[in-house]
Each structure stands twice: as C-alpha cells, then as structure tokens.
Ligand binder design. Sequence first.
Ligand code: SF4
Length: 730
Amino acid sequence: MAKEIKKIVCGMCASHCRYKVKVEDGLLIGYDREGVKDSMMAQMWARVIGGCPRANAAAEFVYHPKRLNYPMKRAGKRGQDKWERITWEQALDEIADSLDKIRKKYGPETLAITSSGEQNTGEEFRMRFQSLFGTPNFLGPHSCGIGMVLSHLMSGWMIYMPALRPETKCFMLIGANPHQAGPMLWNVIREAVKVWLKLIVIDPRRTAVAEEASLWLRPRPGSDGALLMAMVNTIIAEGLYDKEFVEKWCYGFDKLAERVKDFTPEKAASITSIPPDKIREAARMYATTRPAQIFHTNGLEEQANSTPALQLRYILPAITGNIDVPGGDMMAEPHPTYRVDAELEMRDMLSPEQRAKMIGADRFKLYSWPVFEMVEKNAARVRERPLSSPWIAGTAHSPLAYRAMLSGKPYPVKAMITLAKNQLLTLPNALLIDSALRKLDLHVAMDVFMTPTCKIADYVLPAACCFEKASLQGGNYTLYLQGSEAAIAPLYERRPEYYFWRELGMRLGQEEHWPWQTLEEVYDYRLAPMGFTFRQFMDGKGYDNPPSRERKYESKGFGTPTGKFELYSTILERLGYDPLPYWEQPRLGPSQDAELAKKYPMSLIAGARNRRFYHSQGRQVQSVRRGSPDPIAQLNPDKAESLGIDDGDWMLVETRMGRAEFKCQYFPGIAHDVVVAEHGWWFPEDTSPESTWRSNINAVLDDDPDICDRVSGNYILRGYPCRVYKDKEK
Ligand code: SF4
C-alpha cells in the first residue's frame, strides 16, 4: 500500500489552517494526527484541527456523491434543475462565444463577476481576466472589507489581522466571535486570559468569548459606533491619549476632539443601553493597559453606520499610541520578495473609461477605482511592495448591480460569472437577486456542489476543492506565506479556477497573457524571486515567515496625503464625505420610523456563525450536519416564554420583507428584544425550489441602497427590525 503525507492549507473556511493529510493508494484518508510535533504551537493547532468538524469530514467532502463532477448545460427552463452533461471544451467554447457577442453588442461592462474567497484559488486570475476583458463590475461581498479600505485610507497600510502576541496586554474584540469563527485565535485568547491578558468584548451576545472577558459590553445591535464615540470622548476628556504620538504622527486631533466633545458616555448610554460607568471603565482599561490591540469582524462591518464606526475603531489605537508597536495593532506588510497578486492582476489594462463605468461608484465611493488609485499613490510613497487589489478596490455596489440586471439602469447587465459563491443564501434581498439572475442572457456558475445559485445558471462547472489543487495563501497583505500541495489529483472532471479563467481568456483574445499552462507553473513564477520552484517550496517547510518590522512609519511617515495617521480623513473629505466619525441613527431604526417600530419591535442580528458550517457550505456533509440538523435562532428565555415559544419550537422571524423559520434556542445571554438568526441555511436534501427560502434569513433582509451606509454602501445585517412568533403549522 502506497502511503503519502501531503502538506495542505485547509480552504474550508477563512482560518486557512495548515496541516498534513494522509493519502493511501491515491485515496485521501484525512488529517494526519500522528504527524503532530510536540511544540506548544503544534499542539494548539492539533487541538483546533482535531476539533474542527469540517477538517474531520475532509474525505467525506472530497468523495461526497453529490459533488459536481462534470460540466453541465441547462436542459430545461432556468431553475428547473434539468441538465445535460457536456465537455469542458464545449462549455468553454459556448461561454466564450456568448460573452464575445455580449461584449460586442452591449459593451464589456455588461459582464458582472462575483466570487468568494475560500475554496477558491483564483482572485488574482479573476482580476487578470476581468482587466483584459474590460469589465469594472466585480461584485464583492460588500459586507466585510470596509475596515481594510479604511485602514488604508487612514494609514496607508492594512491594520486588520489579529496578531495576539505575548506583549499584548489588552485585547478588545468588537463584533467578533472567534469561538465560532476563528478557532485558533479563540484557543490563544483562552490561554492568554488565564495568565496575563485583559480582554474587553463588545458584543450584544454573551458568547463563550464574552464569558472569558475582563469586561463585557453589551450594545444594542447596530449601536457600536455610538459606544466607540463615547470611548474616544472619555480617552480625550480624561487625557488618557498618547500626547507624543498624537502630536508627532496624527492629523486632525483637534477637530476630532471637537467632534466627540459632546458625545459623552451618558449620551451613548441612551443609544447603546450600556451604563455610562461601564463605557468609562472600558475606555480607561483600553487606554491604560498597553500595548492594546483591537480585532473586529463582520459584527462591526455589517451595520448601517459602518464607515464612521470603523473610523473610530482605527482612531482608538492611533490616539493611544498602539499603532505598529509590538503587541499593538500592527500594520501588516506584504512578503518582501514573493510575486504578490498585484503583479498578476494586469490592472493597468482596465482603462480609466471602463473603470469609470463601475456600477455604484458615483454614489458609494469607498470601493471605487479613484479611491484605490489615491490609496495606491500614497501607499507607494512609504511601501516597497505594490498594493494588491482583491477586496479593497474595484468592487461594484452589489445591490445596485443586481437592480441594473432588472431595470437596465444605468445600463443593462447581461451576463454574470459566479465563482464559489452562493449569493441566493449569502446576500440580503435574495429574492431580488434570484429575479435578477433569471433575467440574464448568460449566467455561468462554478462550484463544488450544486447550490440554489448554480441551479439558476446556464452552465455549471465542477470546481476542484482545496484537497485537489495546489494553492499559495498569504503574502499579499501579510508577510506570512504558505503553500498547499494537491493531496490528490482532481477527481472526475473537476478543475481549479485557474484553468477556467485561462481557458476562457484564451478563447477571448487573451492568449499572450496566459503563458503558464498550470497553476503550479504560475506558482513557480511567483516563487522564483525567493529562489524556489513550487515543488522545492513544498518539499521544504511549505511556508515562509520573514521577520516583521515595527513602527514602520518612523522612516517615511504614513501612506496618506498628509503623511500622518489621518484621524481626520482628507481622502473622505475630497470625496465629499464627512472626514470625521459621526453617529446617526440607522435609517431603518425605531427612531426613524415609529410605525415600523410598532409592528417590528425586536432587533435582528442576522449572520450569526455556526462553527460546523462555513457560510452556506457543508449542509450536505452528513457528519457535519448531524451536529446541527436545523437552522437555529436564539431568543432570551423570558421573552420566548412570554411569546409562548418553548426551547426547540419552530418559530417564524418576520420583517417587512417576509418571514423565515428557525428552531428556537433559549439563550439567556441576549437582551429581551433581540433575536439572533443563523445565516446560510438551505436544505440540499430537499430539491423543491421553496426550500431555498424556507430558513433563508437573507430573503427577509433588505438591501435598499437608501438604507445602506452612505459611504461604503454596506447593508444592515445587525439591528434590523423584526418580530418573532411560534410557527403554529409545525
Ligand atoms: S475548516 Fe477547520 S481546519 Fe479548515 S481552515 Fe477552517 S478551522 Fe481550520
């Protein structure tokens, strides 16, 4: 029996854990527990991976009978789920032919592309194809990533990755639940709080992480911005800021001080429901326990006022001197020699005229090309490596783009390529998206399983998963670079995304720009400046972690127009937005619409993570699903009892958009007027079209541009008005 051990980077969620898998006679067996070395770190990783339901189901996932194995062409009406098996050659020829006709007749901008990060090895190639084809309309998530853009605007660097180090004395988590969505970080936090770490958790829920906190603050969903305003107010009013750093390195402190002057903890208390003393205590603990670090995730980004809230999130470390110091908020830098995404993207081929056509860029400017160009120019002054664009540039406004498919305004969007994304489950106003996709002339989807989104495509293409293809992860925004070898060759006719983009590009006149025949050849090219081929890299450690530098601003300043950390953003000012953070009530909140508040008195947190699944993935993998067979929504037990709902009852969560059903889980750790619903729920075992909507929380959320964040266009997934009641039919 031929036994092999392969080094892989798991792509089944965003944690990107590195581990080894066993392969016997070409069959993937699974995680290699025996290979775990005895270092503390290795043991910790082993705990994370050994306890991960998805990693343990790796073989089940690879050999699942419902995996997509062959290219298929729609044989019935859209959504009928009738398919004809075809060859890759036929699929690519026909798709290229349709795209060419659409490009000639309507213009290249009428092709929209969307994709997601995990399981996907193609963002740099997607950008390359897109630049050469000439469409500016890439539809990103628009619900996470604003923090990355804002940190670039304010400092010229990405300040996002959590790097909890022994030096970190205080760690503040805002809207983040690593217990469910960041297992490695959760393990580190759990060890650190036992010994030295002060942990502040800002979350409407008393999560397992909040249980461990030195201080837990429970804001009303969607009111984090008001809390952060008051924390900044306290730090300035009590003189707890780092005067030397502020004077030397920050721009706009006086204007910021003036802006937050009246935003006292008392004022914030009336908005957030957090007692003023607790707000002061948090501000003092954070400002005086140095070095301190903040980590935020979607809980802060998916709010109606996410831009000012995120400005405040970055202002806090800046005024307390916690920027780029060991143990503080590090400015992450790219790998020094690896060829980063920017060197593959061919962005220059996307002309200024085409960039200007990006849908929504005139209204929600944060993700527009002009902003990226400003950031790029400023960053180039202080950084040696080019800035890669995935997720921080050129992202059309999804709600407006899907509306353009329906209305033809500002111009018709005629075709879409959906790659590793299930937008019918993962984006709000899913019914509108469904109608929009059905109107297209061409919809192509590539994925590992048949999803509700794939079902309304014209062509469905089988993707290789993370165990069936090579990948290189990191290096673009972080020094850390890690490689993954294909544990097994792709089964059936599954292919990596690189194959798709290259073959499609070759058929559309891009031949000279795709010189590398395989993914491994591209990786040879990217690793060449480091002196490796991909094979040599993987035969060695399979990762590289060059030493990090601290206080990088000391040599050339910050990568901003003023050369300082911009508390007052001159870029936002130039774009016509408020350069300083502010607080305003969400436009779909109780204070804005009394009628709505009467009918829907509860506050919905949508998008809660369940550690067994990654977004809408994994519902068909039995060992994973067994532990969480049904969609769950949490209610405070007192509230539930007052509504006649027992623990485990089916109940309906209703908004002005519709209703979705969930099993009630009693959870005392939330306020009486809050309900927390999981997202991404569908039922692969039920092939009826209705099953897509049954427990789809995104089908009852709105993405109306008028209620989105004014700057980024983000929609409201926290604090959405709703009501709940027992499902009497169950
Ligand atoms: S699925 Fe599990 S093992 Fe894989 S990256 Fe995520 S946490 Fe790590």
